[in-house]
Design a protein around this ligand. Structure first.
Ligand code: AMP
Length: 112
């Protein structure tokens, strides 16, 4: 069965795309927690970060470099937060790896 994000990648369900390349997509989060809240999602359906292994090295590198491209394009490259929820206890709801990119406001530490 396809994950929610695979359905979005395959255009089975609509989403607000902000970026796409061969390896990943970026969409606006449907329930934004900041003025800018983007989800960067690999096309490869990896359940969560801790499932990645050595063969995902290039993909993970690509994702983080893409964070830089997107934040630069949006002119938030000096202040933004990236977040990955890994597992239910960490708040993960969609079990297809994704990176939250949040910007446009001040962020506190530690997070909740
Ligand atoms: P997580 O809790 O880390 O698994 O994050 C899942 C994120 O997906 C949440 O921030 C949701 O608001 C977001 N989300 C759920 N459904 C959609 C959708 N159809 N389009 C865009 N974002 C979504």
């Amino acid at each position: 069965m396809k994950t929610l994000f695979e359905k979005i990648i395959d255009r089975d369900i609509p989403a607000d795309f902000v970026y796409e390349d061969d390896l990943c997509i970026a969409i606006n989060d449907i329930n934004p927690q900041a003025p800018i809240h983007i989800l960067l999602i690999p096309k490869k359906p990896i359940e969560k970060l801790s499932d990645c292994d050595d063969c995902d090295k290039d993909l993970l590198s690509h994702l983080f470099l893409t964070v830089g491209k997107i934040t630069k394009k949006l002119d938030i490259n000096n202040t933004f937060r990236v977040n990955i929820n890994n597992g239910k206890g960490a708040g993960q709801e969609v079990f297809h790896l994704h990176i939250h990119i949040l910007g446009g406001r001040k962020f506190n530490w530690p997070p909740g």
